[in-house]
Each structure stands twice: as structure tokens, then as C-alpha cells.
Write a protein that binds this ligand. Sequence first.
Ligand code: G3P
Length: 222
Amino acid sequence: MELILDTADAAAVKELNETLAITGVTTNPTIITKSGKTPEQVADQMLEVLSDDQLFFMQAVAEDYEGIVRDARTICALRPKNMYVKIPVTPAGLKAIKTCKAEGLGVLATAIYSADEAFLAAMNGADYLAPYVNRMCNYGDGVAQVKDLLQMLAVNGLPAKVVAASFKNGNQVHELIKAGIQAVTVPPEVVWGMVKHPGTQIAVTEFTEAWQAAFGRTTFAA
Ligand code: G3P
């Protein structure tokens, strides 16, 4: 399972990269505009903290076919490998996905609100499919739709990986990991919410206090 961070905050990526096994970073236009940085600054800072083997995803902003393909070429030229363009699954986007894959670019189909949209993007060759789990819950059961998608891909032998996105809480992530999802992209604060169980720190504090009382120090080594 690939754990990807959904953020434009390079410092948050650096910290989680040192703590957990992180496959890469996704961004989108909203995340970048909210960061107060230019897209070039976000790319530069992120490529500083990611290793060459980690994946980086930036999104095409143009809405017309020619513009999407142009954005895709610009994005994929940002680094020699492991760079992916995110393309929303509009009709123009689906057409652009076919062209980008014919050119050998890495493609993540995004802004997916149904299993059918995702499946058709997979048929066009998209490498990753990003269903917006939490937003899909406004139209039904987002988690169930993604489970359907996993089955549709498996029975048809399509190799696209599902990278579930738009998470509000760790339970949604948990449910999809349990269902065998290939990847999730999660904001740093949601990842930390999955890591920092209050009971763990309470247990550690108990151990330290007992050790201090017995041996007068807070480390195993004297
Ligand atoms: O990366 C896109 C996706 O994660 C959107 O998330 O929180 O805006 O629904 P959100």
C-alpha cells in the first residue's frame, strides 16, 4: 500500500518522511493557492525534500484539451522520473489522458466522483485513479463506491492503481486499507491523527516515571 501525502507543505512532508514510509506527495490547485506560494516554489521545495525514488504529482489547470496536454508536458518536465500529472476526468481530460499516455507521461486521473468515471480513465491508460472519497459521500457512500471500483479493475485485469483522496478522518482511510486499496493520499494532519493515539503516550509516560523512580534516570543506558 502506498501512503502519499496530500499537501504543499514541504516541512510537513520532511517531518513525516523521517517518521513513516512515504511513497510521495500529491498537490492540487486549491492546495497550492492556499499555501501562499507559487507553483514553482512548491515544486522546488517539494523536490528538495523528496528522494528521486519518491513520486510527485501536480495538477493540470487548463480545462481545454490542448491546454491540459500543454500543462501536462510542463509538469512532467519538472524532473526526469517519478513525476506525474493529475488530470480531472472531464471529457477533455479523458481525451488528454489518452494523449499523455501515448507520449509516455505519468498520469493520475483526478476529481473522480464515481467508480464509472474512474474505470473509464483506467481504460484510457491512467496510472493512478483518485476518487474523492469524502466528497463522494455527499452523493452516496464514497467508501462503497471505491470498493466497487477495486472490484471492477480486478475482474477486468486493469493495472491502474486506486489512490483514494479527499479524506476527512482516519476511519475512511482505515476502511479502504482493509479493502485492499493500492494507495491513499492523505493530508498530514489526518496521518498524524492515525499515528498519535493518546493511549500510547500515556503508556510511555508510565514507563518513564516508573524507571525514574526505580533507577533515578530516564534512559535504559546508564
Ligand atoms: O487532492 C485532492 C483531494 O484530496 C481533495 O480533497 O479535502 O479538497 O476534498 P478535499
